[in-house]
Design a protein around this ligand. Structure first.
Ligand code: HPA
Length: 266
């Protein structure tokens, strides 16, 4: 970790990021438009490298309207075969760089039948259904406690800022519970029924590990899902990664505007 931090600090000098953003599938464009310093994951010592199409691998530092932001253009998924420690490593790096507010974004399937494809959902809570937990193992007491409280992972004040921002911009947003499964398979219709019964509004394959670790370390967390498709069985057609990226493309205008407004208000 020290080697990672030393390398990044040498590149960014006195730039101290206060806001971290993890950009999900098809939502990486923000880091193309803004970005004063760009570091490829592959150049960072001990940093993982992502393998999925649609996920670039860059750590991008930008001054956005006077706010110092670090963006992850591309994240690491459990289904890639990475360990939970690897998936959440960048979040620890962000914390060590000084990030206090973390915005996690993702592409998700809509489980709530009222959600339309290409809409945005503010995550109010999550269900960890990945069958493991990123905090399993010896606890690093310097970062957080052994048995962390998870009663407000997605910080209420940040959710409020998100709703106020959406209202100001006239962008309709949903709110709901995100459930994470490991993937890489999309769900069967029976599994979508199951997660709906469990109380989920959206289903995806990311975000929860990062949110758990960030919350454990005392970061404020905001989660935004792009509802890129109706989950299997809710829609009558089969799912494809291409459809997901296509709908992320449609949502990204609103997504970018919303995130920029939220950054302004943080
Ligand atoms: N299921 C799981 N993950 C997803 C989906 C989905 O329908 N869409 C985008 N990511």
């Amino acid at each position: 970790m020290q080697r990672t931090i030393d390398y990044i600090k040498d590149k960014i000098k006195d730039f101290k990021p206060e806001i971290g953003i993890v950009l999900g599938s098809g939502l990486g464009e923000l880091a193309d438009e803004y970005g004063d310093i760009r570091i490829a994951y592959k150049d960072i010592p001990d940093f993982p490298v992502s393998t999925v199409a649609g996920h670039n691998g860059n750590l991008v530092f930008a001054d956005i309207n006077g706010k110092k932001v670090v963006m992850m253009q591309g994240r690491f998924h459990f289904y890639e075969g990475h360990s939970m420690a690897t998936v959440t490593y960048p979040i620890k790096v962000m914390k060590k760089l000084g990030v206090e507010n973390l915005i996690l974004t993702n592409a998700a399937g809509g489980v709530n039948p009222y959600f339309k494809p290409s809409s945005l959902m503010i995550i109010k809570d999550h269900i960890n259904f990945m069958g493991t937990n990123p905090l399993i193992g010896p606890n690093d007491d310097s970062l957080g406690v052994r048995f962390p409280d998870m009663s407000e992972v997605y910080t209420k004040s940040l959710r409020k800022i998100a709703y106020t921002s959406a209202e100001k911009l006239n962008i309709p947003v949903e709110r709901g519970v995100y459930i994470a499964l490991t993937g890489p398979t999309y769900e069967t219709p029976a599994e979508v029924n199951m997660v709906r019964t469990l109380g989920a509004d959206a289903v995806g394959m990311s975000t929860v590990p990062e949110a758990i670790v960030a919350s454990w370390m005392g970061m404020k967390v905001l989660g935004i899902s792009c509802i890129c498709n109706s989950a299997a069985g809710i829609s009558t057609v089969g799912l494809s990664h291409e459809e997901v990226l296509e709908n992320a493309e449609k949502a990204k205008g609103n997504f970018k505007k919303l995130v920029l407004e939220i950054i302004n208000r943080l």
